[in-house]
Design a protein around this ligand. Structure first.
Ligand code: FE2
Ligand code: FE2
Length: 335
């Protein structure tokens, strides 16, 4: 009989004894100040994830542990730099038949059907025949894209890093772009904004693998979602041009370049991975809204999961600061 999992990440508190099974989300070998090797892990179950360390016999475990390993963990919780951490005393590998997998995989409360319906609605409302056909060919007609897009996270760790997170992010970005498009009227190209919203991160569906925990694919590591997104646009436009009568005229080169620019420029700066900085207003807007939406999600999730009681969070690593938590995110003091 499979063991019942009675201890979940969400319920862990400082000083707790840990005896439960988890999915290994990541595992890295590090070296301490004294030169002694240690293992730094992230453990996950359906309620969240927690950092973990193995200080003793790290070498012995490093050969057998990897992403998606199933492990029985014995240890204790301590707080390190404001975050809970499992100090692992003992660990054994389990097989899939030893665990209830549903206890370990993050379930998304997001409604993929409703979110995807928003995408379709926005594409149907587009006016430019070329941009509209390009969006239809990917988001309405390509079954492979659609099925991945309805499941994928938007990232391995930073923002929207959970199933259906990419779809949530893209709908949110497109919704804001829609409003900005209306706000500026004919000063900006509304349909081009939507092309940017829809395509900027679409290649994350291939950049990442997300069957259990999330990691980069080889294609993702070698090329990344900006290059892969441009390839997708190129391939779809060629296919559209090849079908007689599909477009009112051949896809204009200028529109093709603008659509690709939305993707290559969306990280905003060379040091953030964009080979070109935004050189048109629409690309600048897409970059800023993408940045806004990812940061808002990052901070919301951080304060929601922060274990500190009271109004102030622990240090948020990416922002390097504490956050003042809204009422809804505050935990009752322990004891
Ligand atoms: Fe991106
Ligand atoms: Fe994005």
């Amino acid at each position: 009989m499979k063991p019942t999992k009675s201890q979940f990440v969400r319920d862990l508190r400082d000083q707790d004894r840990v005896s439960s099974y988890f999915l290994v989300k990541s595992c890295q070998l590090g070296t301490g100040k004294t030169g002694k090797p240690f293992l730094s892990l992230v453990l996950q179950d359906k309620t969240g994830e927690v950092d973990a360390r193995i200080w003793d016999n790290a070498g012995k475990y490093s050969g057998t542990l990897g992403m998606d390993a199933l492990v029985q963990v014995e240890g204790n919780i301590q707080v390190f730099q404001g975050r809970l951490q499992v100090i692992i005393k003992d660990l054994s590998l389990l097989r899939e038949t030893d665990v209830v997998l549903d206890d370990l995989l993050v379930v998304s409360l997001l409604d993929a059907d409703a979110l995807y319906a928003e995408i379709v609605k926005k594409i149907h409302a587009m006016k430019d025949p070329h941009y509209k056909a390009l969006c239809e060919s990917v988001f309405i007609e390509d079954e492979d894209v659609i099925s991945r897009f309805r499941r994928a996270p938007a990232a391995k760790t930073i923002h929207h890093a959970y199933p259906i997170g990419l779809l949530e992010h893209v709908v949110s970005v497109c919704e804001i772009l829609d409003r900005i498009g209306r706000h500026y009227g004919n000063k900006v190209n509304h349909d081009l904004l939507l092309v940017g919203g829809l395509f900027h991160d679409i290649a994350k569906i291939w950049e990442l693998q997300y069957e259990k925990s999330t990691d980069y694919t080889d294609e993702g590591r070698f090329l990344g979602h900006l290059v892969m997104g441009v390839e997708l646009i190129d391939q779809k436009v060629r296919a559209l041009n090849a079908v007689p009568g599909r477009l009112p005229e051949t896809f204009p080169t200028e529109k093709l370049l603008l659509a690709k620019h939305m993707v290559v420029a969306h990280h905003g700066k060379l040091e953030y991975g964009s080979p070109k900085e935004p050189v048109c207003l629409e690309a600048l807007i897409v970059h800023m809204i993408d940045d806004l939406d990812s940061k808002v999600n990052q901070i919301l999730k951080f304060v929601e999961n922060d274990p500190q009681p009271g109004a102030w969070s622990g240090i948020q690593k990416h922002f390097g600061r504490f956050f003042y938590k809204p009422e809804w995110a505050r935990k009752a003091p322990l004891g």
